[in-house]
Ligand binder design. Structure first.
Ligand SMILES: *[C@@H]1O[C@H](CO)[C@@H](O)[C@H](O)[C@H]1NC(C)=O
Ligand SMILES: *[C@@H]1O[C@H](CO)[C@@H](O)[C@H](O)[C@H]1NC(C)=O
Ligand SMILES: *[C@@H]1O[C@H](CO)[C@@H](O)[C@H](O)[C@H]1NC(C)=O
Length: 159
């Protein structure tokens, strides 16, 4: 069923580049103890506003607690900004330009089960291919243009 959904939704993602990228936290290792998330972040950054972090974990074995920087450094989940532990996955949209901090409150944070990403502003739309003018010039100088021009000239002789 999820596969069918993915296939159905795939064209939507392909058609809407503005919807942001989806990053599976920890890649195939998921959200689990013993994964170095600093390495994961270094591999995937930069992250941008509109990107999604998707956490996959074993049901009942982990939670995702969003905290501030101080709490992140201390693995302190006592004053969460938000927390999530239901089911087996959690998707979070980076919807502001700022750093985000997530920890697991089940005791694994001290061994590194924490992740912090900085959401950068959206990159500016890619500039139009440079030199529309030079493209026009190269058409004008092309053999096709020369052929078309002479064809028109020849037609002009008849009309
Ligand atoms: C998560 O949130 C619920 C409800 O807001 C709260 O009862 C619980 O203590 C929180 N857990 C953690 C680890 O912050
Ligand atoms: C940003 O995301 C949070 C949590 O996903 C949500 O509660 C909030 O409404 C969102 N803000 C905007 C401006 O979309
Ligand atoms: C993660 O890997 C980085 C780079 O190899 C290393 O500096 C850091 O200490 C590691 N963190 C943990 C929690 O093992």
């Amino acid at each position: 069923m999820p596969l069918i959904l993915a296939i159905l939704l795939l064209p939507l993602f392909l058609l809407s580049p503005a919807s942001g990228n989806k990053y599976t936290v920890g890649d195939e290792q998921g959200w689990n103890p013993g994964v170095n998330y600093t390495v994961w972040v270094d591999k995937h950054r930069p992250f941008h506003v509109g990107d999604w972090l998707v956490f996959y974990y074993q049901s009942g074995m982990a939670d995702i607690v969003q905290v501030d920087e101080t709490a992140y450094d201390k693995c302190d989940a006592s004053h969460p900004i938000s927390n999530y532990s239901k089911g087996r996955s959690f998707a979070f949209e980076l919807n502001q330009t700022k750093p985000y901090y997530f920890i697991c409150s089940y005791g694994y944070c001290y061994q590194g089960m924490k992740v912090s990403v900085l959401a950068h502003p959206l990159p500016p739309p890619s500039p139009p291919p440079s030199g529309d003018h030079s493209a026009a010039r190269s058409v004008a100088g092309s053999p096709f243009f020369a052929f078309a021009a002479s064809a028109i000239a020849v037609l002009g002789l008849f009309f």
